[in-house]
Design a binder for this molecule. Structure first.
Ligand code: XIL
Length: 342
């Protein structure tokens, strides 16, 4: 355990402090190390902004000290920003953008077109195509000039590489993906536009399909600037072909972002599983640094106090580099080392 500012000489740090202390004054912020390594380091987060008291201040202090990119975990999703056909709500996302600007952080927009977290009204929309175009035009327009990138379409493929059947594909047809990209580009001529998915981190049929789509889009002039590899891994599950896969996407002339990194372990964790997790975090960060064109590693949150993992993968958790008391875990130190070139 790192001795934090509150540790006095010779005193042992408490195991689970009642008042979590946060910032290790002895370390260089991850974001500074990342900059030296030629990438950025980010975290998702939005519920933490609403925490009061020590938890909230710890959350905001670590986020702004260590990370240079913020992805709203939920606050930019369709159901949040577009709850009724002609109603848009941007206050939640705007407050995150303001926080980021105040702390010299960039914001990754997430996500415009997905099959989840859709408001029920879209099911009775007179035209799915109009709903999609209106949504993208309004939301991208609202954040124009303020974002590092947009995840335009999220999770459009099945694991076998076929197209996923969704509200959008069923009502518009497979061309909804390129319609989304063209509409986003029309609303903001400059923001980088990404396709984002999981289980496309290594070589395989699903990432082959995404690769083919990107190649086709580039050949036909459909605007796309990058691919997001979500990277929700189970411990020891980082594909050995991650680096090769990043390299082949970059060779197409687009960027790669690691967009949602977490490494879940069976709970409760052990020192062995946390050491393996740390190695996995190191490998992912090092793989991104290795390939010019891999611009960013974003974790899906940073503290085990607040992660989607336990609710989604029963029996698994503790997937992030800080524990539930905001203490740095072995994975923090391995990310630090990878960014420092060790
Ligand atoms: C998750 C959030 O973390 C949860 O809070 C929410 O309840 C559901 O969505 N892939 C994505 C993310 O692209 O948007 C998902 O985020 C996790 C999987």
């Amino acid at each position: 355990m790192t001795c934090l500012a509150a540790c006095g000489g010779g005193e042992s740090p408490p195991a689970a402090p009642a008042v979590p202390v946060v910032l290790s004054a002895d370390s260089i912020p991850l974001r500074a190390l990342a900059q030296q390594a030629g990438i950025r380091i980010g975290s998702a987060g939005d519920r933490g902004f609403r925490w009061t008291g020590t938890d909230g201040s710890n959350f905001r202090a670590i986020l702004s000290r260590e990370f240079s990119v913020l992805t709203p975990e939920n606050d930019m999703k369709f159901d949040h920003v577009h709850p009724a056909p002609t109603t848009y709500y941007f206050a939640g996302a705007d407050s995150l953008v303001t926080f980021a600007q105040q702390n010299q952080m960039s914001v990754r927009g997430h996500t415009l077109v997905w099959h989840q977290q859709l408001p029920s009204w879209v099911n009775s929309a007179a035209s799915a195509q109009s709903a999609l175009v209106d949504h993208i035009t309004t939301v991208v327009g609202h954040f124009k000039g303020k974002l590092l990138a947009w995840d335009v379409v999220n999770e459009a493929f099945n694991d076998d590489g076929t197209r996923r059947s969704t509200y959008w594909s069923d009502h518009i047809g497979p061309s909804y993906i390129e319609l989304a990209f063209r509409t986003a580009r029309a609303a903001d001529p400059d923001v980088p536009l990404f396709y984002n998915d999981y289980n496309i981190e290594g070589l395989g049929s699903k990432s082959d399909s995404v690769y083919a789509m990107v190649k086709d889009f580039l050949a036909r002039g459909v605007p796309i600037n990058g691919v997001g590899l979500q990277s929700h891994f189970v411990v020891n599950g980082v594909p050995s072909t991650l680096g090769a896969n990043i390299a082949r996407f970059v060779a197409l002339g687009i960027k790669v972002h690691i967009t949602e990194l977490d490494v879940r372990v069976p709970t409760p964790s052990t020192s062995v599983s946390l050491a393996a997790q740390a190695q996995n975090y190191h490998d992912v960060v090092a793989a991104c640094i290795q390939v010019k064109g891999c611009e960013l590693v974003t974790m899906w949150g940073f503290t085990d106090k607040d992660s989607w993992v336990p609710g989604t993968f029963p029996g698994f958790g503790e997937a992030l580099p800080w524990d539930a008391f905001f203490q740095q875990k072995p994975a923090f130190h391995s990310v630090y080392d990878a960014l420092a070139g060790r």
